[in-house]
Unconditional design. Structure first.
Length: 93
């Protein structure tokens, strides 16, 4: 995560898409899918970090057509879903 933090501190765009998906969408996918595959508890550290840095969970991915919020629901990533709901409440969305 330090490398990502350094890149964002240096001016990288938190909404930059890699292969059509945002950093936030990828974080949700890695956190949710990793938990399922390893049978380990969910974590939300990367998702929370990216939200804190300005990522938008309602932004659509060009490759999947889904938002990070929708991806979290599909994966059953309830921690990310809770964060996104709080994010929307704070912004009256």
């Amino acid at each position: 995560m330090a490398t990502l933090r350094d890149a964002l501190d240096a001016g990288a765009d938190v909404e930059e898409a890699q292969f059509g998906t945002s950093l936030l969408y990828d974080a949700v996918d890695v956190e949710g899918d990793g938990s399922l595959q390893r049978g380990t508890p969910l974590h939300v550290d990367m998702t929370a970090f990216l939200l804190a840095r300005g990522a938008d969970p309602t932004r659509r991915s060009t490759s999947t057509g889904l938002t990070a919020e929708e991806g979290a629901r599909i994966l059953g990533h309830w921690l990310a879903t809770e964060l996104f709901e709080a994010w929307k409440r704070e912004r009256n969305r």
